[in-house]
Design a protein around this ligand. Structure first.
Ligand code: NAP
Length: 511
């Protein structure tokens, strides 16, 4: 690849585990002129932004980490959120990535210059940066969804979104309301129920919850993991295999393995029966859609809070918010001092992509996805988007540990940039044919999944986009994902050399 006269060789947007993984891979490829732009004031992505009480990982920590950077010090099987944040910091330090990161810089727009073959990236500090390659690592769950109930602006109490938690906020003596019953709420509700004078949980759609087998990892085991890394590798393998079975058979091959899926639903129902005394409450907490349509969760403490005298489950839809209350469609008025929004994220309208990206011949990625179909070759590349890799794409997420997705993408980067070097080329672009073939393959593979072969009516799952298509998950096992990402046909891309031209520098900062 020719020496660049641009501001940077690569701009990576996002300093979460995806952005850090990309940074590590580009460094391995010998590319050191990287700029990692991060809108937050620190690294770690979701593990920096989320710090609500009860936060913990929901994939066992031996698996939820880079395979090449095991952490023998996880305190529990499912480590608390703060340990993930610490792990991200450790990775950034060990792989010397901090010097590339600029914090508090939000990207607003990027456009491709096909004559010069580079990207211009515009940021909210009024600057623009040019780069040969653009990588978005902006996460799936990074644009918080805040519902706009009538009267919301008249609420006189405190409103907290779970992504904007006030550490140490004291619920003692408060009449709290939590809107939402997703994975975040399931972790948070037992914590609030501990101290709040009253807690009303507003549930629109129940979630499947199975028991959580969690325990502290004893110090001698941590020492063993440290001294004999092979033991932690073995633990990772066992855990990944178990997750794999759940995912491949329970979700992707629902059609062929329905009994396994039904068994998981039965386990959740038995868990509910064991934990909640009142039959009417149990009925309300029981989902009507198939297990797996929506990401299920684990908890030993969630269901049982509904036995507490200070906790009420409200299932009548919210009609409006008043200065000190939430009024439901059935006329119930619930007095509220603190309103917690555990209302999740907007993926498909504002996060795919997270900012405007305009490629060759004016292709606007967001518009193209929304007006057509969501698609990305191998969940990473898009036609008419040269030198662009989107780590959070349709069909990219393996649905298990996010690290499978990241490491697959790192393999893809290694193969692609190896080929660029071999050819002495600078620019790559995936072909329309390869992209369409991948889209067709993924669409077909998902036919057997719970999303299409099961009953997902009423699940309101974020796995489905606004067109009703389940385009988030990559329909392949961990092994296939890693194999395919490291061996895709090289002719699925076209390659060209960049023109030799005048230096391209970013415009001077605007006042
Ligand atoms: P979520 O799963 O999207 O849940 C959002 C909740 O808010 C849903 O119950 C939703 O109800 C409700 N809601 C949204 N708008 C509403 C409205 N206008 N009226 C009433 N209810 C409304 O979001 P999340 O709980 O933040 O979890 C997102 C994902 O993050 C999880 O699936 C998981 O992958 C990840 N996560 C992971 C961990 C972990 O690893 N430890 C922890 C937390 C989250 P409907 O279902 O009816 O839309």
């Amino acid at each position: 690849m020719g020496a660049t006269t641009l501001d940077h060789e690569v701009v990576i947007v996002g300093a979460g585990f995806g952005g850090l993984g990309a940074g590590i891979e580009f460094t391995r490829q010998g590319m050191t002129d990287l700029a990692i732009l991060e809108r937050e004031d620190d690294l770690g992505g979701t593990w920096h932004v989320n710090h609500y009480p009860g936060l913990a990982v929901d994939i066992a920590s031996v698996t939820y980490s880079y395979s090449f950077e095991p952490n023998p010090h996880w305190s529990r099987l499912f480590a608390p959120g703060a340990e993930l944040k610490k792990y991200a910091e450790h990775v950034a330090d060990k792989y010397d990535l901090r010097r590339h990161i600029e914090f508090g810089v939000a990207v607003q727009r990027a456009e491709w210059d096909d004559d010069g073959q580079y990207w211009t990236v515009h940021t909210d500090d009024g600057r623009s940066r040019t780069a040969r390659y653009l990588v978005t690592a902006t996460g799936f769950l990074s644009q918080p969804h805040t519902p706009d109930f009538p009267g919301m602006d008249t609420f006189a109490g405190k409103i907290i979104h779970t992504t904007d938690w006030e550490d140490g906020y004291d619920f003692a003596g408060k009449r709290a309301a939590v809107i939402g019953t997703g994975a975040t709420a399931v972790q948070l509700i037992p914590e609030i129920a501990r101290t709040a004078k009253a807690l009303t949980v507003f549930q629109r759609t129940p979630i499947w919850v199975v028991p959580k087998i969690d325990f502290a990892i004893p110090a001698p085991v941590q020492t063993l993991f440290q001294k004999v890394p092979l033991t932690q590798k073995a633990a990772r393998l066992v855990n990944t295999a178990a997750l794999e079975a759940l995912m491949v058979f329970g979700v992707l091959h629902f059609k062929q393995a329905k009994p396994g899926n039904k068994l998981a639903a039965l386990l959740s129902k038995a868990h509910l029966r064991a934990q909640v005394r009142d039959a009417a409450t149990r009925r309300k907490l029981t989902p009507s859609y198939d297990f797996g349509c929506k990401r299920p969760t684990f908890s030993n403490t969630y269901f049982r809070v509904f036995n507490q005298p200070n906790v009420t489950l409200q299932t009548s839809p919210i009609e409006r918010v008043e200065a000190d209350a939430i009024v439901c469609a059935d006329g119930t008025s619930v007095p509220v001092d603190t309103l917690v929004l555990a209302t999740g994220f907007n993926l498909w309208d504002t996060n795919f992509p997270a900012f405007q990206i305009v490629g060759r011949q004016g292709r606007d990625l967001g518009r193209w996805w929304r007006e057509g179909r969501f698609q990305a070759y191998e969940g990473i590349a898009v036609p008419k988007m040269p030198n662009f890799l989107s780590l959070n794409s349709p069909y990219s997420y393996s649905g298990l540990s996010y690290f499978t997705t990241i490491e697959g993408q790192m393999k893809h980067i290694a193969r692609l940039f190896g080929e660029l070097r071999r050819r002495g080329a600078d620019t790559f672009e995936v072909t329309e044919e390869a992209n369409t073939a991948y889209l067709d393959r993924s669409t077909k593979a998902l036919d057997s999944s719970v999303f299409y072969a099961g009953d997902c009516t009423g699940s309101r799952s974020y796995y489905f986009n606004q067109h009703g298509e389940a385009t988030l998950l990559r329909p392949s096992s961990t092994l296939s994902t890693l194999r395919e990402m490291g061996s895709f046909p090289l002719e699925d891309y076209t390659y060209r050399a960049a023109p030799v031209s005048e230096p391209v520098t970013a415009p001077a900062p605007t006042a």
